[in-house]
Design a protein around this ligand. Sequence first.
Ligand code: ADP
Ligand code: MG
Length: 496
Amino acid sequence: MNLSLRYKACDMSAKPSTTTSTAPPFSALPLPPATLANLQQLGYLGMTPIQAASLPLALAGHDLIAQAKTGSGKTAAFALALLAKVDPRLSTGLNPRRFAVQALVLCPTRELAEQVTQEVRRLARAEDHIKVLTLCGGATLRPQLASLEHGAHIVVGTPGRLLDHLQRGSLKLDALNTLVLDEADRMLDMGFHDDIAAIAKQCPQPRQTLLFSATYPEGIARLAAAFMREPKEVKLREAHAPAKIRQRFYEVREEERLHAVSQLLEHYRPVSTIAFCNTKQQCRDLVQVLRAQGFAALELHGELDQRERDQVMVRFGNRSCSVLVATDIAARGLDIALLEAVINVDIANDAATHTHRIGRTGRIGHVDEAGWAFSLASMDEMGRVGQIEHALGFTSEWHPLAELTATGKEPLRPPMRTLQIMGGRKEKIRPGDVLGALTKDLGFAGTQVGKINVNEFSTYVAVEAGIAEQAMKRLAGAKVKGRSVKVRMLEGEEPR
Ligand code: ADP
Ligand code: MG
């Protein structure tokens, strides 16, 4: 009866699917009896798949990269691991009554930090008096400082505020043994990379680092390489839904080629597309054609300086540009997480290049969404198509251009627009400051705000296209980090 009450109290839709018959029991893990009893009481009758896959490794002390979809029980997967190492009696050297922080959990938002705190507290009930403290931006500092004075065993918070406390010296990590990055993909999306790096640098070695994420964009691997030691990887894909690339080939005459790109865009309406050309000249021509037809297209080429290149990547990465037109060289090393389509405007010169191009679509963690790879080939290119088929062992699927129709829909527009705020890291602006200004001060919903990139002198924030004008006006009259800021919309042609 206790059980049904508990289930009522939590969000049923978010409940992961564990059935008592198939889920491995928590008792298979080296956990103390009191913890096992507490799990029973909580109604956690068996491990969820991500818990079963990651807890044995985490409890054995390994660094871990774990990926599983939202609602799969990732919090308990790291919470049980960090709790196993918390010594409630450990105090700071200076003050025997002040508990030493032994675990730190980084979360992207205050809401998530609060959810994690609650879950950790529930799971910690079995042990005596474990103190869990939440430190997030947006809340006043003074109570946080007071709580820190008393000490805490576990701290959960958002990167910006945690860094504040570290810089003030109010948060000390000398006794830390576990660092957790929760929702690492979202933290990267929100531009927290540098804050995370700065925090990780202040965490002592040796320590255990656990990284949890719903998706696996390329940035995660780089984060892991920088802060983790020989991490084990646990990825849970949904059964029968491997990452998929759907390839389609279209035969074109030379004079149809560029227009065929816009036909593809209008027919399939991908939010983000990279169009690969074999030459710079082809890139230039294509961008002109696409712009003339009203597409938000940007070109990535060798003549852009670093700042311009960054701006192009920001706008493409935050979904305020639909098409990135690039040569293979210009696109080398791009870190792009979400790509619905790749278009081979020209057939690649060899199979490896073809593979590399189309590998940018439909893979990264978004296992349930296949990506499109379209290739346009003229008669002259048929030989190369044949070589690529042979080398890669597939038979190309040909479709007629005539099947591409843009049946009176709205023109394809990007869902977001980019606002540039003059001021960045130099002004100590953090993503949270911008998010706070837009949501708390100016009344926009968090869901209307997209990626926030803080560069040295500029901050770029993506907002839903429908509120962009309004957001720009309101931001221009508001304050970010206590001072008024200049704001403009990045639009159209070249980056400036
Ligand atoms: P994620 O972080 O993967 O999105 P959460 O950790 O927030 O997922 O867990 C989702 C929900 O599932 C929470 O309400 C949590 O209390 C519950 N839950 C987690 N593990 C179990 C389990 N083993 N058995 C039953 N419920 C669980
Ligand atoms: Mg979670």
